[in-house]
Design a protein around this ligand. Structure first.
Ligand code: NAI
Ligand code: OAA
Length: 330
């Protein structure tokens, strides 16, 4: 039995993500929670003739508690998206407390659930989630993930003309670091099957992966950021976690984790100096089984990208940790 929960289920990401989870035969029960509109979204999805039993909750009548009780996988796309001219960090003011409060609910009602954080800024919201779980005494680093899959999906898509693959998702194009601008580091030297990026296209391609989110924000012109591609990516990662819990072997996806709590993570902390980092992670029945170090042997160009990534990431992580350890006055 797998119970999946979406917190922020009525939003631009939440609705298509809930649709994909409702259609997934691996999901037996799906609970939707949001501050608005969940009864309608749940009623709509309930007419779909798939396996998952669906329910929708609002904050009233202990909605969060009922949504989370018995959860195996909780996906969080709650919070405001960017408008043109904003950075992801500009979302911190609003989204930090949204994520904090939802994760407090997870700590109380479903402390063993796999928690997948989509809400931006991921570089800070995941450290916030970790600190909340730590404070409640229920933090298991193998069960907390920042969802950076959209960066990987973009990298696969934007390199398709070089990989030559009809189905770009069949390529492995590792993207590591964090999830904003220069903290996003595609490792084109580590693609498989091996293919070459022409030198004169390298900078533009790196930039497109790092700032792919801006492309969508600009095109939506004030109506939000990536939602459909994010729902695809969020579902891909959630499905990978679910398949791994069911015993499927060999599933490796980049994700933003607390490295000291994951096997192999210390080596990456030593190499990067940061404790939260997105790296390919082998998934298993208990979540993040192993953090794979793919930094060794990167090119000089990639080393430079990593330096910029790490200096940006440090501040983002610190900001999230501080938000819980030394909360701002109300
Ligand atoms: N990790 C990633 O790669 C990506 C992350 N994002 C982020 O995902 C978040 C959501 O984006 P959209 O779905 O486009 O925004 P949206 O505004 O369309 O939806 C957000 C939903 O969250 C709900 N919400 C707000 N406060 C809540 C609370 N306390 N509890 C439960 N639900 C609450 C809202 O009612 C709304 O339905 C944003 O922070 C965005 O930046 C977006 C794309 C990619
Ligand atoms: O750009 C944004 O704000 C949303 C996001 O994280 C992405 O599309 O990668």
């Amino acid at each position: 039995m797998v119970k999946a929960v979406v917190l922020g289920a009525s939003g631009g990401i939440g609705q298509p993500l809930s649709l994909l989870l409702k259609a997934c035969p691996l999901v037996d029960e799906l609970a939707l929670y949001d501050v608005v509109n969940t009864p309608g979204v749940a009623a709509d999805l309930s007419h779909i003739s798939s396996v998952a039993k669906i329910s929708g909750y609002l904050p009233k009548d202990d909605g969060l508690k009922h949504a989370l009780t018995g959860a195996d996988v909780v996906v969080i796309p709650a919070g405001i998206p960017r408008k043109p001219g904003m950075t992801r960090d500009d979302l911190f003011k609003v989204n930090a407390s949204i994520v904090r409060d939802l994760v407090k609910g997870i700590a109380e009602f479903s402390p063993k659930a796999f928690t997948l954080v989509i809400s931006n800024p991921v570089n800070s919201t995941v450290p916030i989630a970790a600190e909340v779980l730590k404070a409640a005494g229920v933090f298991d680093p193998k069960r907390l993930f920042g969802v950076t899959t959209l960066d990987v999906v973009r990298a696969e898509t934007f390199t398709q003309e070089f990989s030559g693959l009809k189905d770009a998702s069949k390529a492995t194009v590792p993207v590591i670091g964090g999830h904003s601008g220069e903290t996003i580091v595609p490792l084109f030297s580590k693609v498989s099957p091996g293919f070459q990026i022409p030198a004169d296209r390298y900078d533009a391609l790196v930039n497109r992966v790092q700032f792919g989110g801006d492309e969508v924000v600009k095109a939506k012109d004030g109506a939000g950021s990536a939602t459909l591609s994010m729902a695809f990516a969020g579902f891909r990662f959630a499905e990978a976690v679910i398949k791994a819990t069911k015993g499927e072997k060999g599933i490796v996806e980049p994700t933003f984790v607390y490295l000291p709590g994951v096997a192999g993570g210390d080596e990456i902390v030593k190499a990067t100096g940061v404790e939260f980092f997105s790296t390919p992670v082998e998934l298993g029945p208990n979540g993040a089984e192993k953090a794979v170090n793919i930094i060794d042997g990167v090119t000089d160009q990639e080393k430079k990208l990593l330096e910029a990534c790490i200096s940006g990431l440090k501040g983002n992580i610190e900001k999230g940790v501080e938000f819980i350890k030394n909360p701002p006055p109300k």
